[in-house]
Write a protein that binds this ligand. Structure first.
Ligand code: PLP
Length: 399
């Protein structure tokens, strides 16, 4: 049988290559940090990790991880409800809830699983989900797993959201679902207006804060803090795999009854292994650190503002905003897709690791280079990136 499948797969893979969409993987031979070494011996400044707070290799996190490994063991070989819940799992859940300002939190192996378990456990065929057009793949898949009717609203368009709310008045429950911060543009959901509409039309508000938890808002609680709606949202999903240390793990946080129900019904929680102890211990240290001081998110903010200002001054067209995701837009230039790839390659030669995105990952005519700042970057690192961009930008007459 495999002979036929093999031939088909080889053709499929070739068509991915021919379309220029084949995703290779660059091999890194150092820990994740602002300066990494890629195979072949080249040292580069890393501007494409989700290591927003620089916690991926932070000494306190590594120390806590080692200590927990020694004390609590390597694995649990169980799901949570059989024999996979240690005291530290409950401690971490409490710390996350306290940090986010919610009643309770339930841990998952990943945010992808958290979103996979968010909708199906709560919503049946008489319910409706109203979802932003640009939501993350894991929200899309989570909604696919549930029997509720799905309604899509135009990205960040509040009048379209209102139209969908009017259209679904007969549903048993309605849930609005959105990313907190969107990963391609770095724009931030208007959660305040969303909460107003949810109040007016009696809907639940769910948001996925993977690109915000730990640093958005004055004390880093996330999009709900940034938009001034802490206490007004119903369900927060997020990842431990980005700003919060970046190993792996995710969670859902929210009202007590909802989280209680998830512990009974959420399938990725019930039928998948518990989060390993060493990670749990490391994440406890992360939440302790972030609850004590806003130093890291403040440094990230300063780096972000510095980079955005200097790139604007240099003449680049960047998407305006405040997020450490900074897209440098190339759409108005000829063959923007190729330009984004050429520039990223040249920047790597200059020691700056960034990634170019083009259609179909982003809309046609909206190719870009996406830069992600970290609290672990020094001002000097940021300035070196701007210098390299300026040199390469001139080479291609982008500025
Ligand atoms: C990265 C991301 C996820 C997936 O997180 P994992 O914990 O790696 O599964 C989910 N949602 C959004 C919005 C993300 O950006």
């Amino acid at each position: 049988m495999y002979g036929k499948v093999k031939g088909d797969l080889q053709r499929e893979l070739q068509s991915i290559r021919d379309a220029g969409l084949f995703k290779g993987e660059r091999i890194i031979i150092t820990p994740q940090s602002p300066e990494i070494e890629v195979k072949g011996g080249k040292k580069v400044l890393n501007f494409c990790a989700n290591n927003y707070l620089g916690l991926s290799s932070h000494p306190k996190v590594i120390e806590a991880c080692h200590k927990t490994l020694d004390k609590w063991g390597f694995g649990m070989s169980s799901v949570r409800f059989i024999c996979g819940t240690q005291e530290i799992h409950k401690v971490l859940e409490e710390k996350v809830s306290k940090f986010l300002g919610t009643d309770d939190t339930i841990l998952f192996a990943a945010a992808f699983d958290a979103n996979g378990g968010t909708f199906e456990a709560l919503l049946d065929k008489d319910c409706a989900v109203i979802t932003d057009q640009l939501n993350h793949a894991s929200i899309i898949d989570g909604i696919r797993l549930c029997k509720a009717q799905r309604f899509i609203y135009q990205h960040a368009d509040m009048s379209d959201l209102e139209a969908r709310l009017k259209e679904t008045q007969t549903a048993k429950y309605r849930m609005i679902a959105t990313d907190g911060a969107f990963s391609m543009d770095g724009d931030i959901a208007k959660l305040d207006e969303i909460c107003d509409l949810a109040d007016k039309y009696d809907a639940l508000v769910m948001f996925d804060d993977a690109h915000a938890t730990g640093f958005l808002g004055k004390t880093g609680r996330g999009t709900h803090e940034y938009r001034g709606v802490m206490g007004r949202v119903d369900i927060i999903t997020s990842t431990l795999g980005k700003a919060l240390g970046g190993a792996s793990g995710g969670f859902i946080s929210g009202h007590k009854e909802i989280i209680d129900l998830y512990r009974q019904r959420s399938r990725p929680y019930l039928f998948s292994n518990t989060l390993p102890p060493a990670l749990v211990g490391a994440y406890i240290a992360v939440f302790d650190l972030l609850s004590e001081t806003t130093e890291l998110r403040d440094k990230l903010e300063a780096n972000t503002m510095r980079f955005r200002q200097k790139m604007t001054d240099a003449g680049f067209n960047i998407k305006q905003g405040i997020h450490p995701i900074v897209p440098i837009m190339l759409g108005k230039f000829e063959n923007d897709a190729k330009l984004s790839q050429n520039m990223a390659t040249d920047l790597l030669d200059e020691g700056i690791y960034v990634v170019g995105f083009y259609y179909p990952v982003v809309p046609k005519g909206a190719a870009r280079i996406r830069v992600q700042l970290s609290a672990a970057h020094s001002f000097d690192n940021v300035d070196r990136a701007v210098e390299a961009f300026t040199k390469i930008g001139k080479k291609y007459s982008v500025i």
